[in-house]
Design a protein around this ligand. Structure first.
Ligand SMILES: Cc1cc2nc3c(=O)[nH]c(=O)nc-3n(C[C@H](O)[C@H](O)[C@H](O)COP(=O)(O)OP(=O)(O)OC[C@H]3O[C@@H](n4cnc5c(N)ncnc54)[C@H](O)[C@@H]3O)c2cc1C
Length: 504
């Protein structure tokens, strides 16, 4: 027996920076935030290392930040989304600072700004060198716990969106830790479920982040945009851990070099910007060196050396825990899934193509990242567009029409999930081709036949079908069988919603 409750406010699924920013912005309207894991865990936001890109220094400007964002996006950025992101970024960072996020400061009280790949200026606001995500999330979590308008439920996972006959989204069917199911009916629902790294065998994201919001929206009939664009972080530490710990981009910004097993630098052979080339170029170069048997290592001994422990404490701790001292040894690195540019299509206020449904953060596709995200633009997107979605969703009213019956999406047993992860890394990885993508789709179909349309399978299919349909190479999507650039067209897919009976 499924319970039903009514919540007269904004239902937010996901408690990373996007979900919590939306919850604060919805005030004075009430917000109910559901998090699959305890707050501050199971979300990429708390793992972010580098920081937030914002034009705050003399000589920088939102337009320059926007131009770098558009250049990285390889022809697919939506200029309006980019303008909003870069224009509203400085206020978003000041707002987070006012909540207590301890950004690194200059002597005169300004923000320390670091340089990262493909940025024309040093513009990444950092916290404690490489601790941005954890510190920002601590401040935001404290703020939502204090906010009288925000209610938080941890250990609760969304298993289906509720819809009515008009196709409007009316809340979600959710599962508590004890397995009980409840329909939460609400006038507005925001999906803020993050990316999909957990669909791949090698990822830098928490394993729990596996495209479930994308799948929930797609199954309800929302348009999904650019699903094939998955960004691989070039320098995950290859130390045999799952997820793979990240060696932040900022290390290369500080001068660390990529070398092969013999100690020779290889990036100058691949791109004039060498170690600071766009992520996809660096990821493919590392993949190619590894496939050629030469290996790939990040050598920070000369550029950072003894300062490593205090300048990059999180990376240092992860390396030391695995028995590698980055002050004395080059770090073995490999590309790992890191970010999803595509997602649930939204407008500038987070509205999806379905009435009553909003999306924000990594699960959304605002068009701000195009075919490739510029480093440190995603925490920013979560804060800026999470806030906009929260404000817009707070205006929604309950139409009071009858709901359609909803059944929970089936579970995917762990063994099947691990098969899917291996198949995704093989078939939809850094370098793709038609034959590999067709093998991957056959594997997904076999898993669907055995286990039903589980949410990770729906999300994986969206990525694989998008990648098969895109017969060109652009940004983070590289097809060995179509290496050339085609027309700059965003992709858009809508699944037909499953037929459902009317409920009481
Ligand atoms: C190691 C690492 C380093 C990074 N470094 C940076 C950086 O320096 N700068 C930068 O800009 N970006 C960085 N990123 C990317 C950035 O952290 C993310 O893109 C961003 O934090 C996404 O925020 P979000 O709120 O959309 O999702 P997340 O923070 O991932 O939160 C998703 C939430 O959804 C919940 N959830 C998922 N599915 C369900 C479900 N079915 N039901 C209920 N809840 C669900 C999860 O429990 C979680 O609470 C990094 C990412 C990683 C992994």
């Amino acid at each position: 027996m499924t319970d039903r409750t009514h919540f007269d406010g904004v239902l937010i699924i996901g408690a990373g920076l996007a979900g919590l920013s939306a919850a604060l912005a919805a005030a004075p309207r009430r917000a109910l935030v559901l998090s699959a894991a305890p707050l501050g865990t199971g979300c990429s936001s708390a793992w972010a290392q580098g920081g937030m890109a914002v034009a705050l220094s003399d000589g920088d400007a939102p337009a320059l930040h926007g131009a770098d964002t558009i250049a990285a996006g390889a022809g697919l950025c939506d200029p309006e989304a980019v303008a909003i992101l870069t224009r509203e970024g400085p206020d978003a960072v000041r707002r987070l600072a006012s909540l207590g996020a301890p950004f690194d400061r200059t002597g005169d009280g300004g923000f320390v700004q670091g340089l990262e790949a493909a940025h024309g200026r040093a513009r990444v606001a950092r916290v404690g060198g490489d601790g941005a995500g954890k510190a920002i999330m601590q401040a935001v979590i404290a703020a939502v716990r204090d906010a009288p308008t925000v209610e938080i439920r941890e250990g609760v996972r969304a298993r289906r969106l509720l819809t009515d006959r008009a196709g409007r989204v009316r809340g979600a069917l959710v599962e508590a830790a004890d397995g009980s199911l409840t329909e939460i009916v609400a006038p507005a629902t925001i999906l803020a479920t993050g990316g999909l790294g957990g669909l791949y065998a090698v990822t830098t994201t928490p394993r729990e982040v596996r495209g479930e919001g994308l799948a929930l929206a797609a199954l309800a009939g929302a348009a999904i945009a650019d699903a094939e664009f998955v960004q691989f972080h070039p320098t995950a530490m290859d130390l045999g851990l799952d997820p793979a710990p990240l060696a932040t981009e900022a290390l290369r910004g500080e001068g660390a070099k990529l070398v092969d097993r013999g100690g020779a630098r290889f990036m100058p052979r691949y791109h004039p910007a060498a170690e600071l080339a766009p992520r996809d170029v660096v990821a493919r170069a590392i993949e190619s060196e590894r496939r050629a048997g030469r290996g790939a290592f990040l050598d920070a001994r000369e550029a950072i050396g003894e300062a490593f422990a205090h300048e990059f404490p999180a990376v240092f701790a992860a390396a030391m825990a695995a028995g590698l001292d980055p002050r004395r040894q080059p770090i073995p690195v490999a590309p790992a899934v890191h970010y999803h540019m595509g997602g649930i299509e939204t407008d500038a206020d987070g509205a999806t193509t379905l009435a009553g449904l909003y999306a924000a953060g990594e699960c959304a596709s605002t068009g701000a990242h195009g075919a490739n995200r510029l480093a440190s633009n995603s925490l920013l997107e979560a804060a800026v567009f999470g806030t906009r979605a929260g404000r817009a969703a707070a205006l929604a009213a309950d139409p009071g029409t009858g709901l359609l019956a909803a059944t929970a999406a089936p579970d995917l047993p762990d063994g099947a999930l691990q098969s899917l992860r291996r198949a995704m890394s093989q078939g939809a990885g850094v370098v793709r081709d038609g034959a590999g993508l067709r093998r991957l789709l056959a594997e997904i179909s076999a898993l669907e036949a055995a286990h039903g349309r589980a949410l990770p399978l729906v999300a994986a299919r969206l990525v694989a079908e998008g990648a098969l349909a895109r017969r060109e190479s652009r940004g983070a999507h590289f097809r060995a069988d179509y290496p050339q650039l085609g027309a700059p067209i965003r992709s858009r897919v809508t699944l037909s919603p499953a037929p459902a009976a009317a409920a009481a």
